[in-house]
Design a protein around this ligand. Structure first.
Ligand code: GDP
Ligand code: MG
Length: 822
């Protein structure tokens, strides 16, 4: 049996089925359009030999060899047999449609009439006449749904400006965005649902989206469809139709469709689908006003429809046999779907697909469940594929092919090279890809954390921690403020919050680049290039950039992991980022390595970086076997065409991240600064102390010190320095210099002499290892807590870091003693 994995670049084949045992992977593949009978052309293989890039249904997809090996291709005679059978099912359906026409209208005609009604109304310029019984003050809620990369963010910004509220959906880390529009004398809320390909039960984003539409019942769903990738995008559309909310299609990227020389007949598309289609270009803003007006018409007509008892089911989607089976299921479950608050038609199809969430929600009595199961089994046995999810998906794609063949004329044939392909020939070229990639990363890294970023950060630092703190202190002392208050503000809050603000320029710059990479389409290429090496350690190609940014600062790095749509990979990446030694740890290395290892200083620092990476890799391997066991996520990634990002979108993106960082990290950091300052300046009886050794922090340090004895630095000074390092790693340096009474600009000799009683070179190295691996600063921890979405995961991460730091330092110190290095 031939598989997709055996095809060479340039070769084509016809899919029989995906033989993957993993349901998730299989479903994802069919959702992306790899259904029986689909023609696939292999474009190229990534520079390191895996994954591969394929072309199907007019778009590019990247796929791992392991998955491609499991996709079986049809032998020519099989292909003919299968297609014949499906054609027969289709013919039966059409015969039935003709039959029905004698009596009631077929569903799609009904739908088409409704659409015509909307179109008419729109033409007449009917604006502010809200239908009877529709409360004008009722706040309208619109939901924006679409595939990743279809231009959702751009449309959202075009419709709302920056007036948005961003948060997470309760309980999950899927981003939630809401914006307000004021149009046609009406206040509307626009909810941006996560970018998704399907409504399967396997991904959190998809479940969030379908639950939202079912439970929150938005007044209308705006389905944004990428006109340059019509077939794949309509796959989501036909599933949304089944949720039976008033719907409108925003057919985006029309400028690009035109540029390519493709033609889409919007009226035809509207009538076929039974949904009004509004051509727009979110980027230029063309058609956006009409879209809002149309949405209003759609809502109105939907209300009239309810009045008239005119109900349309999206019944036209499936072949005759599937259709019959779904009606038989309907007969068995009766009105239980409605009782469970689910759209009936949808619930039946979901049962047929074996959707466990719907199955649980319906909670059928045993007898009915058995009847349902036997119908489902019968359906599975009706074809050689034996897999209902694939069969249903196939049926949907067949419907879509029929619709697109009527409404779409493509200029380029399958496998012909577009402009994007020509760029890709260079950027993902076998020999050029890696050098170009590394060069781009180098430029981004140096600009973010080196030159520009460091310069701006220093500026903020001087401004806040220098000028502002001094000015404040002077002002407060002159005005006779109490000492403790001056201390709290000038030594606690200002440096605490100010220390965090110094990250701002770096975050802004990094997000500028990330947004650029993402919007231009290059981000997916980096994942394409880097997937193979990273997979060895249980990560995916998309982890590369966040990990690399970890060497600069964990705060923007963990936020950067947002670009990973796979939740598990994202969590794991965030948990590994802190092991990439951040730039704030360099002063600590510099101080201690300089003092204790005059000659081998560079080597010591280098070894620390390498050790961090090594521990990161080991942790990754361990996480894969424990925390993130099983459920391998399919690496099926779309390679969108290259596009030029718009400045407006990029800037909004940067602003959004910066704002979040200020809001969230700012409040927590503020509170923690106050607490830490208090601990450092008061003793157990709440009296202010002069000497930190007597403060609560000092006492805690003294209490913790014996724990560090096996690691070679069991003193209160080291313990307190580590605690202070939780605020910022640089604080380790300032604490040590304070406790041991040396100036950081003094010579290495002086510094070593002042610490000689406490540290030997071996214990100093062990201390550095601990600093390298233990918990990052609180700005990072609070950011990660936000990105991980739960305290539980944050706790696991922190425990793991402490454990790793302790064990590795222990091994280093005790091992060193054994080797006689003490
Ligand atoms: P999302 O992933 O769905 O949020 O998509 P984005 O809004 O980030 O858009 C993805 C890319 O498509 C970006 O590079 C946009 O600039 C681009 N884009 C969005 N709308 C249009 C459009 O109407 N025409 C063109 N040519 N590009 C667009
Ligand atoms: Mg987006």
């Amino acid at each position: 049996m031939k598989t997709l994995g055996q095809l060479k670049p340039g070769e084509s084949g016809v899919v029989l089925c995906s033989g993957s045992e993993d349901k998730r992977v299989k479903r994802r593949l069919v959702d992306m359009g790899i259904t029986p009978g689909t023609e696939i052309t292999v474009r190229k293989v990534a520079p390191m030999g895996d994954p591969m890039e394929i072309n199907l249904r007019g778009y590019e997809l990247s796929l791992r060899q392991a998955d491609a090996q499991k996709i079986q291709l049809m032998e020519p005679d099989e292909a003919a047999g299968y297609l014949e059978k499906m054609a027969q099912r289709q013919a039966e359906k059409e015969a039935e449609d003709r039959h029905e026409q004698s009596g009631d209208l077929p569903q799609h005609e009904k739908a088409a009439r409704l659409t015509e009604r909307v179109l008419e109304r729109q033409k007449k310029g009917g604006g502010d006449s809200w239908a009877d019984g529709f409360d004008k003050d009722h706040p309208i809620k619109l939901a924006l749904v679409g595939n990743p990369n279809c231009g959702k963010t751009t449309l959202f910004n075009a419709m709302t400006g920056a007036r948005e509220y961003v948060g997470n959906w309760p309980g999950v880390t899927v981003e939630k965005k809401e914006g307000r529009i004021h149009a046609l004398g009406h206040e509307m809320t626009l909810v941006d649902l996560p970018g998704i390909y399907s409504l399967s039960p396997y991904s959190m984003e998809e479940v969030v989206a379908r639950n939202f539409v079912i439970n929150e019942k938005p007044d209308a769903v705006i389905n944004i469809v990428d006109g340059t990738n019509l077939e794949r995008n309509l796959y989501l559309t036909v599933q949304l139709m089944e949720l039976e909310r008033p719907m409108i299609i925003a057919l985006n990227m029309m400028d690009e469709v035109e540029k390519r020389g493709d033609r889409i007949d919007c009226k035809r598309l509207s009538l076929e689908l039974g949904i009004p289609v509004v051509p727009i270009s979110a980027r230029t803003g063309q058609g956006v006003k009409e879209l809002v007006a149309f949405s209003q018409q759609v809502i109105e007509v939907a209300h009239e429809q309810v009045h008239e008892g005119f109900h349309i089911e999206p019944d036209d989607l499936y072949d005759h046999y599937t259709h019959q089976v779904h009606h038989r299921l309907g007969d068995v479950i009766g009105n239980r779907a409605a009782a469970a608050g689910l759209p009936e038609h949808w619930a039946q199809i979901k049962l047929l697909e074996g959707d466990t969430l719907v199955r649980e929600a319906l909670a059928l009595p045993d007898q009915e469940q058995q009847a349902v199961d036997s119908i489902i089994a019968e359906y599975a046995a009706s074809s050689q594929l034996g897999d209902n999810e694939t069969l249903v998906a196939d049926s949907r794609y067949r419907y879509i092919s029929r619709v697109t063949s009527l409404a779409l004329r493509r200029k380029l044939g399958q496998g012909e090279a577009s402009f994007s392909d020509r760029i890709d020939r260079i950027l993902t070229n076998k020999y050029l890809a890696l050098p170009i990639f590394l060069l781009i990363m180098l430029v981004i890294f140096t600009l973010t954390f080196g030159t520009l970023g460091a310069w701006l950060s220093d500026g903020v630092d001087i401004l806040i921690n220098g000028r502002l703190a001094d000015a404040l202190r002077g002002l407060m002392e002159r005005s006779g403020a109490m000492d403790w208050l001056t201390g709290l503000i000038c030594d606690g809050i200002v440096p605490g919050v100010g220390g965090v603000l110094t990250f701002l320029p770096q975050i802004a710059i990094l997000f500028f680049f990330l947004s650029f990479l993402e919007d231009s389409g290059y981000m997916s290429r980096t994942a394409f290039i880097m997937d193979k090496p990273l997979r060895r350690f249980g990560l995916s190609g998309k982890s590369f950039i966040p990990m690399l940014m970890g060497f600069g600062c964990s705060v923007p790095a963990s936020m950067g992991a947002r670009t990973m749509e796979n939740e598990k990979d994202r969590r794991m990446t965030i948990m590994l980022i802190p092991f990439m030694s951040c730039s704030a740890k360099l002063p600590v290395y510099g101080l201690i390595a300089g003092a204790f290892f005059s000659k081998g200083q560079g080597l010591v620092v280098l070894s620390l970086y390498a050790l961090g990476i090594l521990v990161g890799i080991l942790s990754g391997l361990i996480f894969r076997k424990t925390l993130f066991k099983g459920q391998t996520a399919p690496f099926v990634m779309e390679l969108p065409p290259y596009r030029w990002p718009t400045p407006r979108n990029t800037l909004l993106h940067v602003w959004e991240r910066v704002k979040h960082f200020l809001e969230k990290a700012g409040t927590i950091i503020f509170a923690m600064s106050v607490v830490l300052w208090f601990l450092e300046n008061f003793d157990m009886t709440f009296h202010m102390v002069e000497n930190t050794a007597q403060s609560i922090l000092g006492v805690i340090g003294g209490f913790l010190a014996p724990l560090f004895t096996p690691l070679g630095f069991g003193t209160w000074q080291a313990a307190v320095a580590l605690l202070a390092g939780l605020v910022a790693k640089e604080a380790v340096v300032s604490s040590l210099s304070m406790f041991f009474g040396f100036s950081t600009i003094a010579g290495a000799e002086v510094i070593r002499a002042s610490m000689a009683g406490t540290f030997t070179p071996l214990s100093a190295y062990s201390f550095l290892v601990f600093v390298l691996l233990y918990v990052p600063c609180m700005a990072a921890v609070s950011t990660m807590r936000r990105e991980l979405g739960s305290g539980k995961w944050t706790l696991r991460m922190v425990v793991w870091q402490i454990l790793a730091a302790y064990v590795v330092s222990l091994v280093v110190y005790q091992g060193g003693l054994l080797l006689g290095l003490g």
